[in-house]
Design a protein around this ligand. Structure first.
Ligand code: 13P
Length: 255
């Protein structure tokens, strides 16, 4: 069985003070709940990781993620952040291959594969994002497109390494648009992703890989999305910036 995960990707939002408040409020609200077994991840900007670490570590079941890392180990790469730096400030996870990075920073399959290698070398868990644009979906090429993303950046890994990979399917047309994929669209793609992973890595690895949905997840639609058999949780953008909304999304897993 794949681990259930609800991750909040803050992107380039919130001040440090706002971030600290958001984490405290969220973890306080969760404390009063009969907790489900879903892991909660806060993917904060790099510069906050060290400062929020204690707060996150105080609450069981909550983890810290970065939103990117360098494909290089170390050296003269001004402004870049290495995977080992992330590990040294307490990040357990790193998001790699978000569509915004692919689009605005031209990150390629090969570059993402290298970033994943660096992250795994530092024992970080990777949240690997994939997803098609609206043009590709309208041409009915979305499944092949996502398969290429998976093959291009993950298929060099061993089964052992795949244990540290979470896949996040985030259709680009659903990100920040308020236009969520329907449960049929989400389930179809998630099942295809799992099938494709199982062809390469075998059924057991595919069944154990968490596949998250991302794209306009909110407190109102989380429950039905998370109820899809191949959806193992969510990668949440906008709604993760408000403690009440994010908590409601996490609670979508409660019995
Ligand atoms: P929204 O939830 O704001 O659509 O963003 C999704 C996302 O990109 C998470 O990584």
């Amino acid at each position: 069985m794949a681990q259930k995960i609800v991750a909040g990707n803050w992107k380039m939002n919130l001040s440090l003070q706002e971030g600290l408040t958001l984490i405290s409020e969220t973890t306080n609200m969760l404390k009063d709940e009969k907790r489900n077994d879903a892991k909660v991840i806060f993917a904060t900007p790099f510069v906050y990781l060290h400062a929020v670490r204690n707060l996150v570590e105080q609450t069981s079941g909550t983890y810290l993620a970065a939103q990117n890392c360098s494909e290089h180990t170390k050296g003269a790469y001004t402004g870049e952040i290495s995977a080992s730096m992330l590990a040294s400030v307490g990040a357990g996870y790193v998001i790699i291959g978000h569509s915004e990075r692919r689009l605005y920073y031209n990150e390629t399959h090969q570059q993402l594969a290298e970033k994943i290698n660096r992250a795994l070398e530092e024992n970080l868990q990777v949240i690997f994002c994939c997803g098609e644009t609206i043009e590709i979906r309208e041409k009915n090429e979305h499944i092949e497109f996502v398969q290429k993303q998976l093959a291009g950046s993950l298929f060099h890994l061993s089964n052992e390494q795949m244990k540290n990979i979470v896949v996040a399917y985030e259709p680009v047309w659903a990100i920040g648009t308020g236009k969520t994929a329907s449960t049929e669209q989400a389930q179809e793609m998630h099942a295809e992703i799992r099938k494709y992973l199982s062809e390469k890595f075998g059924t057991e690895t595919a069944q154990n890989t968490s596949i998250l949905y991302g794209g306009s997840v909110n407190a109102g639609n989380a429950k039905e999305l998370f109820a899809c058999p191949d959806v193992d949780g969510g990668l949440v953008g906008g709604a993760s910036l408000k403690s009440r909304d994010f908590t409601e999304i996490i609670k979508a897993y409660n019995p």
